[in-house]
Design a binder for this molecule. Structure first.
Ligand SMILES: Nc1ncnc2c1ncn2[C@@H]1O[C@H](COP(=O)(O)OP(=O)(O)O)[C@@H](O)[C@H]1O
Ligand SMILES: [Mg+2]
Length: 557
């Protein structure tokens, strides 16, 4: 044992070995995941951009996201690799995607994938930092977002490296600096750090945003329909975005259908129920800090009560004092720098179990208004009727979780029930049966409300949270928490009841119409007979008919 070599695995290396954890299970899924990770990054960035412009009172730009999936031959990829080697990494040749001839033979499974947006871009100095190291990103705060772990883009880059060995190309431009940064970058797996063969600044560029290009092995035969479905569903919950998708020589446009931008998520303070010992320690390390408090001898350290009030959401000083005195049994006036490990342990235990803190704040979430979703659903699904319901807001591990269920019914929806699942506005397409929404749908017992052998129904469930309880890093499905399943089930049942009422009303109207038809028919015949008997005196046939109709309208409509 003593002679064995001890090695440390870097995060990049570990994820290369275990890439299925992040959704890179096989060539098809890897193609899909690469596209989705880049698109979701663009959406997060564009949302941030809109928010910033709104805050500054400037006119917003609607997001335009362009996606190109370009099948190329193995030979062409080989040439590119050789050219790269010849260049010795100088990267002097800048090829456009159109320089790569489209490969129509589906057995050749190499692709150039490019995703570009008109978002804020990233400053030159930050590019290699956020794209060169697994577990770096700007989304670690407590905010509803699509990315979460600081690894999506890097996983796609590592997949590209694994399958073609080629660099990822990145173009970035920000609004305030009129230049473009261009990078050719790889991740050194051993050290989990960037290696770039090129980085240059091109002056005088009028655009802003980010464009990323990967060269990778994959499988479009498997991925294509899923990618199309992804964009269809994505445009349902992101109806303020234009998605232009090119796959080989096929073009698709998922057009923006609304000018309405939903209220975008805002960063919030942590809730005491969502904090563990390490996080609590980290938070205490942010002091000493200059700030205005009553105690002048604090040297930048707040009292414990002040700390809880300042650094956590929803804790007033009164609540903090009560909690510290009676639940934790610590003096609320103790200064933060006097806390020892034992205090921190006691405090953290008490925080996670104290029931009198207010529920996590959901005003920081971005919830798509019913009207926007229904507007998009009308365009994409063409139903006869939609009913939307807002579920109860619940809390999971100190994070607010909000549920909206929309049920689209009839029209062009094929017979049967289909489930669309969304988590923080991302369509979830895989492992449906493991998802909490699927289980809720089973329990909701749709057949009690709607005969799905006769009618077509699409059940759309959108879950948003500052921390979606995904089962794993692949973000394929939401974990099955009892309270979450129950809440989704109830919102589904409420929405189904709305549809049931609609169907009953429609059927009642139909029945009435039929009865009316019958009555009118009788009235016609009665008028003829009466006119015959009375020989048209004092009323003619048409007068009798007119009078009878008036009576029917008065009595029956
Ligand atoms: N299109 C983009 N525009 C601006 N910034 C981006 C874009 N794509 C990625 N980024 C930045 O790169 C970081 C890393 O992205 P990624 O590896 O996918 O991790 P995550 O999305 O989980 O943070 C993001 O946090 C973001 O700051
Ligand atoms: Mg990401």
């Amino acid at each position: 044992m003593a002679s064995e070599k001890v090695e440390t695995l870097s995060a990049a290396q570990w994820f290369k070995e275990n890439s299925e954890i992040a959704g890179f299970d096989n060539p098809g899924k890897s193609t899909f995941t690469s596209v989705r990770e880049l698109v979701e990054n663009s959406l997060d960035a564009c949302d941030d951009d809109i928010q910033l412009l709104q805050m500054r009172g400037e006119e917003i730009e609607y997001p335009n996201i362009n996606i190109v999936i370009h099948p190329v031959s193995h030979e062409r990829i080989r040439q590119k690799i050789l050219a790269n080697l010849d260049e010795g990494g100088s990267g002097s040749v800048l090829e456009g995607i159109e320089d790569f001839e489209i490969e129509h033979d589906p057995s050749e499974k190499y692709y150039v994938i490019e995703v570009g947006d008109n978002g804020p871009g990233i400053y030159h100095d930050l590019v290699s930092l956020v794209f060169g190291t697994v577990f770096t990103g700007t989304k670690y705060g407590i905010k509803q977002g699509r990315g979460r772990f600081g690894m999506g883009a890097k996983m796609a880059m590592i997949h590209a490296q694994k399958t073609t060995g080629l660099d990822t190309e990145i173009w970035s431009a920000t609004r305030d600096i009129p230049e473009e940064s261009y990078f050719r970058i790889k991740i050194d797996l051993k050290s989990n750090s960037p290696i770039y063969s090129t980085q240059k600044i091109i002056p005088d560029n009028p655009w802003h945003g980010l464009r990323m290009r990967l060269y990778l092995g994959g499988n479009l035969i498997w991925a294509k329909q899923r990618i199309l479905e992804y964009f269809k569903q994505m445009s349902l919950v992101t109806p303020y975005v234009n998605f232009r998708l090119v796959i080989g020589d096929e073009k698709y446009l998922f057009k923006r259908v609304t000018d309405e931008i939903p209220p975008l998520p805002i960063e919030t303070k942590p809730h005491p129920h969502g904090i563990d010992i390490e996080e609590l320690k980290e938070m205490t390390k942010r002091y000493p800090r200059k700030f205005v408090i009553k105690n002048e001898k604090n040297e930048g350290f707040p009292t414990l009560a002040e700390f809880l009030h300042i650094d956590f959401q929803g804790i007033g000083e009164g609540t903090a004092k009560k909690f510290l005195r009676y639940k934790v049994d610590i003096d609320p006036n103790m200064l933060l720098n006097e806390l020892n490990e034992a205090h921190i342990f006691k405090l953290s235990q008490a925080m996670s179990t104290y029931d009198d803190f207010p529920a996590p704040d959901s005003s920081c979430l971005s919830i798509l208004p019913h009207e926007s979703l229904e507007q998009a659903a009308n365009v994409l699904l063409e139903p006869e009727y939609i009913n939307s319901v807002t579920g109860k807001i619940i809390a999971i591990k100190g994070h607010p979780v909000h549920i909206t269920t929309s049920v689209a019914f009839g029209g062009n929806i094929p017979t049967g029930a289909t489930l669309y699942r969304f988590a923080n506005r991302i369509p979830l397409l895989f492992k449906e049966r493991s998802d909490v929404c699927y289980k809720a749908l089973e329990e909701a017992n749709i057949k009690r409300y709607i005969d799905v052998n006769v009618h077509g129904v699409t059940v759309i469930v959108s879950v948003v949270s500052t921390r979606i309880p995904y089962q794993d890093a692949a973000k394929d499905f939401i974990a099955d928490y009892d309270e979450l399943r129950e809440t989704i089930k109830l919102s589904m049942q409420k929405a189904f009841r709305g549809i049931k009422t609609y169907i009953s009303r429609k059927e009642a109207e139909k029945k009435k119409e039929k009865e009316l038809e019958k009555l009118k028919d009788h009235a016609d015949r009665l008028a003829i007979s009466l006119a015959k008997i009375t020989k048209g005196i004092p009323m003619s046939e048409s007068e009798i008919q007119h009078k009878l109709m008036k009576i029917i309208e008065r009595e029956y409509i």
